[in-house]
Design a protein around this ligand. Sequence first.
Ligand code: FAD
Length: 337
Amino acid sequence: MELLRNHSLRPYNTLNVDATARYFARIRHVDQIGQALAAAPEAERILVLGGGSNVVFRSDFSGLVLKNEIRGIRIVRSDDAHVWIESRGGEEWQDLVDFSLEHDLGGLENLTRIPGSVGAAPVQNIGAYGVEIKDLLESVEAVDIRSGQVRTFSNSECRFGYRDSIFKHELKGLFFVTGIVIRLARQPEYHIEYGDIRKKLEEYGDQPLSPRLLERAISEIRAVKLPDPRELGNCGSFFKNCIVTPDDFERLRTSYPALPFFREHTGQIKIPSAWLIEQCGWKGWRSGDAAVYPQHALILVNYGAADGEQIYDLSERIIASVRDTFGLVLEREAQII
Ligand SMILES: Cc1cc2nc3c(=O)[nH]c(=O)nc-3n(C[C@H](O)[C@H](O)[C@H](O)COP(=O)(O)OP(=O)(O)OC[C@H]3O[C@@H](n4cnc5c(N)ncnc54)[C@H](O)[C@@H]3O)c2cc1C
């Protein structure tokens, strides 16, 4: 384990903002977490970093960055109906999706092309097209960063919510997710009711539905909708959608009859934040290199030289204007560091 000092974080965040870490260590084995801490005893703040696709570095990071590079994907158990896969946290999420497809297993196809690492997936409870990691997750293995103790969290212990888990609350910054176990079905249940999936599948004619075909459809939809961070710095949806009570929703709808919404199974109403931001006139707005993506108002982009503070300021202005217009407070999905 090599401890790097004043290391640039630009290659390690998909927003492509410039910042440095006072200390930086690549973690390829669980034992190296303790070694890195011992090598940088004065580091008060610790940041576990995966693919950097959900972080905004507002300024240089004065602590120790632990870059998760613990690898390995394997089948650990199977029966007639299911297969259990263990993936170490430093694997690319997409490599796990590809592994499942190579083994003809269903479940992860809707979560294809989400950038980042496996270890970050339960932290954020990643989700797309009607599926969340919580629907498939059996357990999370994590190391208590300060004590070095390994702990296994069951699905319910992770207290998953919409882009939310215990790792963003009580245990925020305290655990390093070293691996997960997911349970996938041999006979998958398909989720094709979301967005343009059905329309896309129709383009393929009468090919039988399979995890691979659905994965292809979603990959193609995403490629058109979302900016590729290799070409344009971004961290995906910057804000969560708004969840409101039915009463609050009805009150808002009186003033805004065109307000789009989805009814959640909990009875709450989800309002697309992209619509709110667009109504406030932000879509395509640009100041210097910090901007709102012209094709999708939920995505903030860096055209090249924006720094984290400029992106953060833009997000503050958007939050203020949505609050003043609709009385709703947007919550950031991206983690501000
Ligand atoms: C183009 C684009 C599209 C996206 N689409 C989606 C989408 O459809 N659905 C979705 O849910 N998200 C989406 N995202 C957001 C992002 O891909 C996910 O949040 C992803 O899980 C982040 O993984 P990461 O490894 O890059 O995390 P990072 O950005 O490295 O870290 C994110 C947070 O998790 C913490 N963390 C990371 N790894 C660990 C670990 N091993 N242990 C403990 N804490 C850890 C970090 O400290 C940080 O607070 C998108 C992003 C982009 C750029």
